[in-house]
Write a protein that binds this ligand. Structure first.
Ligand code: ZN
Ligand code: ZN
Ligand code: ZN
Ligand code: ZN
Length: 356
């Protein structure tokens, strides 16, 4: 357990699991999940505009959500953090966040959508508690729709892009059927594979992810690259300081990566590390410290909450040799006060760190 920060909670790690009972991932059961449609918490969901990639303008697709209530705060009895991602490899630049969106959503125990008492884990329990009871959802991505198919008037879309992709995926074959019926089958071509995300305390570990690699390791395994360069330039009056500096930063990258591997290898299946108020486990060293902007609603500082590991890419089929979206780690920072100001879905800060 980390003692570095008073309000730092114990480190938890998350694993993905195929969910046999799909209904358990519905909003009414407050799931943590990866892929598929988002399981919205507050049903006043974001506008399509809020989910557009800042690089290409196409809609971002749901990546994952983490249910993370804060016990001490009445307004955070239910609380979920959502991440959305642009699937275009062209928008996936190193060490940036242009292709990502993260939102925090929270509700008190007594709220407009869910019963006061805990859910009953039965498939048919309170099925009407879902976003589509309150608004029309895009059949392709599960986000708020802005238009519908002019012919059948049944299939709703968040954007022109998703209407086009649905048409290509075979809507023209079912359009007439839809026009006659009330059953509209969800499309999943664009969605990421769906999993339940199980989050729990990192068993049997007393480590602190917040310790920097240099605290823990003396760099025995990683001292080689600088040594080599320094040996090469020994006694040379024309030592290229830049090259040395480069080698040193490479060395510290090695050490950071080594530390990252060591911490994540303890439980190799983990795809998420949750440590609100702790420190992210970086995969590479950074020349300039990351500047995390304060909460845009209340002005409080943002603090680290959780990170997604590159291991998740394997489960999403994004680890192929072909060029695809990827990341070293996705670190999410949220309002330290977890304030109630702003819209129901409050934009928070995410940083994508890459190995290179
Ligand atoms: Zn994009
Ligand atoms: Zn859509
Ligand atoms: Zn249609
Ligand atoms: Zn705030």
């Amino acid at each position: 357990m980390s003692a570095s920060s008073e309000d730092s909670c114990e480190l938890s790690v998350g694993y993905v699991e195929t969910c046999v009972d799909r209904w358990k991932l519905d909003s009414r059961f407050f799931p943590s999940k990866v892929g598929g449609y988002p399981a919205w918490l507050d049903f006043n969901i974001p506008d399509a505009e809020d989910l557009k990639c800042r690089k290409c303008g196409n809609p971002c697709i749901f990546l994952c959500q983490v249910y993370a209530p804060i016990e001490e705060q009445e307004n955070c009895f239910h609380r979920t953090i959502f991440i959305f991602l642009c699937l275009s490899p062209d928008c996936c630049e190193n060490n940036t966040n242009v292709n990502l969106k993260v939102f925090r959503c929270q509700l008190p125990r007594k709220n407009a959508f869910y019963p006061y008492d805990p859910p009953v884990y039965e498939e048919n329990w309170c099925k009407e508690i879902c976003a589509s009871t309150y608004c029309k959802l895009c059949i392709v991505c599960g986000c708020k729709s802005t238009s519908h198919c002019a012919k059948c008037k049944k299939a709703n879309y968040c954007s022109r892009q998703h209407q086009v992709s649905d048409w290509k995926a075979g809507h023209k074959e079912v359009c007439e059927v839809y026009a006659e019926s009330n059953v509209v089958v969800a499309k999943s071509e664009l969605l990421l594979p769906e999993f339940e995300l199980l989050v729990g305390a990192e068993a049997g570990s007393s480590d602190s992810s917040s310790s920097s690699p240099s605290d823990e390791e003396n760099g025995e395994e990683t001292s080689t690259s600088v040594d080599k360069v320094e040996a090469t330039f020994q006694g040379n009056s024309q030592v290229d300081e830049d090259l040395l500096r480069m080698a040193r930063s490479e060395q510290s990258d090695d050490r950071t990566f080594h530390h990252f591997k060591k911490c994540t290898n303890r439980h190799p299946r983990q795809v998420l590390r949750y440590d609100r108020g702790g420190e992210p486990l970086w995969i590479a060293s950074v020349a300039d410290p990351l500047t995390v902007p304060p909460c845009q609603y209340c002005g409080a500082d943002r603090k680290f909450e959780f990170q997604i590991l590159p291991q998740l890419l394997n489960h999403l089929g994004l680890d192929s040799c072909e060029r695809s979206v990827d990341w070293g780690t996705l670190a999410v920072f949220t309002c330290a006060a977890s304030c109630d100001m702003g819209p129901p879905y409050k934009a928070e800060f995410v940083w994508k760190q890459d190995l290179s």
